[in-house]
Ligand binder design. Structure first.
Ligand code: AMP
Length: 319
C-alpha cells in the first residue's frame, strides 16, 4: 500500500493539471472521495489545476459541485478515478484521454484498469483510502477540515453509519482522526438521516408492501407509475435500500426500480450470503453484500429472485 501511495503521490507532484472522476449515479462515498482528494491536492498545491467531473445529483449538494472541463485540457492532465470498479460505470467517458490513469477503489477488482491501480477491498469506503493516503503522507498532503468533512461523509454513508460488516477497527480509527478536524460530524449524520417527505411516504409504501419469502428473501418492485405517484425519481430510491434489512428474518433483498426504458435497476443487498456473483450474471457487480444489476424485464427479475432463493436456502441449511 505504501509503495502505491508513493507512486500516486509522485504523479500528483509531477502534473500541473489533475482531473478526478467517479462513478455514475454518485453516492456520498463517490463524491466524498472525489472532492475530498481534489481539495487535499488543491490545499497543498494551490498552483495546480484540479477538477472534479461528472453529473451532479439532487440532494447531495452539501458535498459540493462539479467543474466544467473542456476537451483540450484532458491530454495534459493526470486522471484519477475514485470509487469506480469498472470502466462502463465511470462518469464522463473522457477519462481515457488523460496522460495517465490512476484507479483508487475499494470494490472487488473485477475490471483491472489504470496505469496505477490501488484497490483495497478491506477498506469500508474509498473515502477511508483517501484519508489513509493523506494520513500516511502527513505534511506532504495534509488533511484539512473541509476534506475531513467530505471523507467522513463518505465513510458514514458507505458503512450505513458504522452498521455494515465492512466497518473495521481501522475504519473507526480513521473516522476518529477525521472528527478531530473542525467540522460538525453530527450535522453530516443529521443530513444523511433526513429524508424528503416523498421519500418518507415511499418508505412507508416499501415497508407495507415488501414481499418476504420463507427463506428470508425480500423484494419489491417500484414501477414508473408508482414513482410518478410519489413524485419520486430513481435517485430517491437510495434511502430505501437499507429498509428491508431492518425487518426481522430478512437475509437478502432486492429493490427493483423500473426505468423509463422499461428495464429495471436492481439494488441488491445481503446480511450474509455473497450476492455479487448473482449481480454479475445480470449486467452488474459490486461488493459481496451490496451490489447492483440490471434486469431487462419481469422474467429476469424472477430469475434473480430464484437465484436469491437458492442462495438463501443454502445459507439457511448451513446455519
Ligand atoms: P447501489 O444499489 O446503486 O447503491 O449499488 C451498490 C453497489 O453495487 C455499488 O457500490 C456499486 O459498486 C455496485 N453496483 C451498482 N450497480 C452496478 C452495476 N450496474 N455494475 C456494477 N456494479 C454495480
Amino acid at each position: 500500500m505504501k509503495k502505491k501511495f508513493e507512486e500516486i503521490y509522485a504523479e500528483i507532484e509531477k502534473n500541473d493539471s489533475i482531473i478526478i472522476h467517479r462513478h455514475v449515479r454518485p453516492d456520498p462515498d463517490a463524491l466524498g472521495s472525489q472532492r475530498g482528494l481534489a481539495l487535499l491536492i488543491k490545499n497543498k498545491f494551490p498552483d495546480k489545476k484540479v477538477f472534479t467531473v461528472g453529473q451532479e445529483v439532487d440532494g447531495l449538494s452539501y458535498l459540493g459541485t462539479m467543474d466544467e472541463v473542456s476537451n483540450e485540457i484532458f491530454p495534459n492532465s493526470l486522471v484519477i478515478l475514485t470509487d469506480t470498479a469498472n470502466r462502463p460505470r465511470i462518469d464522463d467517458k473522457r477519462y481515457s484521454k488523460g496522460n495517465k490513469l490512476i484507479k483508487i477503489d475499494h470494490h472487488p477488482d473485477e475490471d483491472v484498469y489504470g496505469d496505477i491501480s490501488l484497490v483495497n477491498t478491506k477498506a469500508s469506503s474509498c473515502s477511508e483510502i483517501i484519508a489513509d493516503f493523506s494520513f500516511y503522507l502527513d505534511e506532504r498532503l495534509p488533511m484539512t477540515a473541509e476534506s475531513a468533512r467530505l471523507l467522513y461523509a463518505g465513510i458514514v454513508a458507505d458503512t450505513g453509519r458504522f452498521l455494515y460488516p465492512a466497518t473495521t477497527p481501522h475504519t473507526l480509527e480513521v473516522a476518529s482522526k477525521l472528527m478531530e478536524f473542525d467540522f460538525s460530524a453530527s450535522e453530516i449524520s443529521q443530513l444523511m438521516n433526513t429524508n424528503t417527505k416523498k421519500v418518507a411516504y415511499l418508505s412507508g409504501y416499501v415497508l407495507q408492501n415488501i414481499m418476504i419469502s420463507e427463506e428470508g428473501v425480500a423484494h419489491i418492485i417500484l414501477t414508473q407509475n408508482m414513482l410518478k405517484e410519489y413524485k419520486a425519481s430513481d435517485e430517491d430510491t437510495a434511502p430505501l435500500v437499507s429498509l428491508p434489512g431492518t425487518i426481522e428474518g430478512v437475509l437478502c433483498w432486492a429493490i427493483f426500480v423500473e426505468q423509463p426504458t422499461g428495464t429495471y435497476r436492481c439494488r441488491l443487498r445481503s446480511k450474509g450470503p455473497v450476492i455479487n456473483e448473482i449481480a454479475k450474471l445480470h449486467d452488474g457487480g459490486g461488493h459481496p453484500l451490496a451490489s447492483g444489476a440490471n434486469a431487462a424485464d419481469q422474467k429476469e427479475i424472477e430469475e434473480i429472485l430464484a437465484q436469491f432463493e437458492e442462495l438463501a436456502k443454502n445459507w439457511n441449511t448451513k446455519q
